[in-house]
Design a protein around this ligand. Structure first.
Ligand code: SF4
Length: 395
């Protein structure tokens, strides 16, 4: 029997595990790397590889699929072709370019890091994982990826694709969501690194997970590691990686006011930098409390956030959106001010803008869906008086 097929990978590494890892390392060199040279996808960040381009790609690829990232990446590179261009940009410009990607803390940290490299570090990009990890928003995975891909540093990466491949090849039967199991897999990945070729090994493992060792229906018949894969030999590739059952994701019902004035302008608020989606603009509102109707929720939130008393009218749209740790139903209702002037009480700033002007600001995906509904709205759908052409009212 093949040494890798004899038993599950144990929590306490022993001689059998060492033999398995050596066999896997040999297969990586003789099978996986040649396969990668033939099958690697022509992705934009693989052209003209610079530390800046690698870093931006790795940030965007965290928790986002490659096919979604490609158009964002190309647009972003046209807008900010160099680290210096990114460092010079305002926060609003960066958030606007990141709009729709989600995980906006990543964009803020990226901007802070670019300013740090362009300023105090005098344009010198840190080259080792330890130094990279001192930059805002760079953890172990990104540091190892940038150091190995951009600077040929011998560091192994462990992303979701690599975890799946290793867990299957080794029939790793521990819960991979546990920190100790991840550390164990990181040690395995470290031992697979071929000196001076870490970037190539990392990319090959990630590519295998992305296009061959898929979460469902892995293409084992054309996999370069099939000869050493214990999960395949056991006929149960989809049994790995082992993950503890997820807790149900919480769901929130949220109200947002589309506050319109007599000039047809819409009131928007900017979220505080320290909050989730910090720095982005939104239709002001918040989570519905127990026993509240949706208009009551929106009126209360507008009072708390902006100090205005409002009349809340009919619903414009309901948007369902999933964040990483919860889902929301966002109910957007028309509203108008009946008393008071907006003040930034629980927000960073506010602005009045025309419907056409909304696209100049950076919004989250859920609020962008409200903008789409607004752009399709007709004057007759607005439950309040609409300004007549030729008679500009005072707003
Ligand atoms: S043989 Fe199948 S399960 Fe094993 S690594 Fe290859 S694709 Fe994944």
């Amino acid at each position: 029997m093949h040494p890798i097929a004899s038993s599950p990978f144990s929590a306490v590494p022993g001689a059998a595990d060492s033999i398995r890892i050596r066999a896997l390392r040999a297969a990586v060199l003789s099978r996986l790397l040649p396969w990668f040279r033939l099958h690697r996808r022509a992705l934009p960040w693989r052209r003209r590889r610079t530390p800046y381009r690698v870093w931006i790609a790795e940030l965007m690829l965290q928790q986002t699929r490659v096919d979604q990232v490609v158009p964002y990446y190309e647009r972003f590179m046209r807008r900010f072709p160099s680290l210096r261009a990114l460092a010079r940009a305002s926060r609003a410009e960066v958030l606007k370019a990141w709009e729709g990607m989600g995980y906006y803390a990543r964009a803020r940290h990226m901007h802070d890091a670019a300013r740090l490299i362009a300023g105090p570090l005098r344009g010198r990009f840190p080259r080792t994982p330890e130094k990279l990890m001192k930059l805002p928003g760079i953890g172990r995975y990104t540091a190892n990826a940038v150091a190995s891909l951009a600077f040929a540093f011998d560091a192994a990466v462990l992303d979701g694709n690599v975890i799946r491949v290793l867990a299957r090849v080794l029939a790793f039967d521990r819960d991979v969501t546990a920190t100790s199991a991840r550390e164990e897999l990181q040690r395995v990945a470290d031992r697979l690194i071929v000196r001076g070729r870490a970037g190539e090994v990392n990319e090959a493992l990630m590519e295998l997970g992305a296009i061959c060792c898929l979460p469902r229906n892995p293409a084992c018949d054309r996999c370069p590691l099939r000869g050493v894969c214990r999960a395949r030999l056991a006929g149960r590739p989809e049994a790995y990686p082992v993950k503890r059952r997820r807790k149900p994701v919480p769901h929130k019902v949220v109200g947002a006011g589309v506050v319109i004035n007599r000039c047809g302008e819409i009131l928007i608020a900017q979220r505080k930098e320290s909050s989730m989606l910090g720095g982005l603009w939104e239709f002001p509102g918040g989570t519905r409390e127990r026993g509240e109707s949706m208009p009551e929720c929106i009126a209360r939130e507008l009072k708390e956030e902006l100090g205005i008393s409002t009349e809340v009218g009919r619903r414009l749209v309901v948007v369902h959106h999933a964040y990483s740790h919860f889902t929301i139903d966002l109910h957007a209702h028309w509203a108008r001010i009946v008393k008071g002037r907006p003040r930034a009480i629980h927000c960073a700033d506010f602005a009045w803008t025309t419907i056409q002007g909304l696209r100049k600001y950076a919004f989250s995906a859920a609020d962008l869906a409200i903008i789409e509904a607004l752009e399709k709205a007709t004057p007759s759908s607005i439950p309040f008086p609409w300004p007549r052409a030729g008679r500009p009212p005072s707003c």
